[in-house]
Write a protein that binds this ligand. Sequence first.
Ligand code: NI
Length: 130
Amino acid sequence: MFFGFTHCPDVCPTTLFEISEIMRNLGPAADKTAALFISVDPERDTPEAMKDYLSSFDPHIRGLTGDAAGLAAIAKAYRVYYKKVPLEGGDYTMDHTAIVYLMDKDGRFVAPFNMRRTADVAAADLRTRL
Ligand code: NI
């Protein structure tokens, strides 16, 4: 599980690419996992925008978006930090926690997932947990 937003210039696309590589390394075992990308920017991340954005990544990654109140509730539950930061010209970006959360099959938090490993090593770790 990972929190981010589709307009993110660096951390989110990099992390989603890395998760995609891990999924690819998992092979058929990837079907036993559920990777969730949860938007911290529901204002711009409509379900359509999320679907479109995630089409560039592994199909096991599913997007979740909602409204400001829903986001505030889930962010509080997972102690996720996010903040709107205005940019010059009226646009904005989002600061946000960039931890990948490893959950068990009942949806309980296990640990932050170590992404500072190659995709094959990370996939081997995940495989022992399936
Ligand atoms: Ni990001």
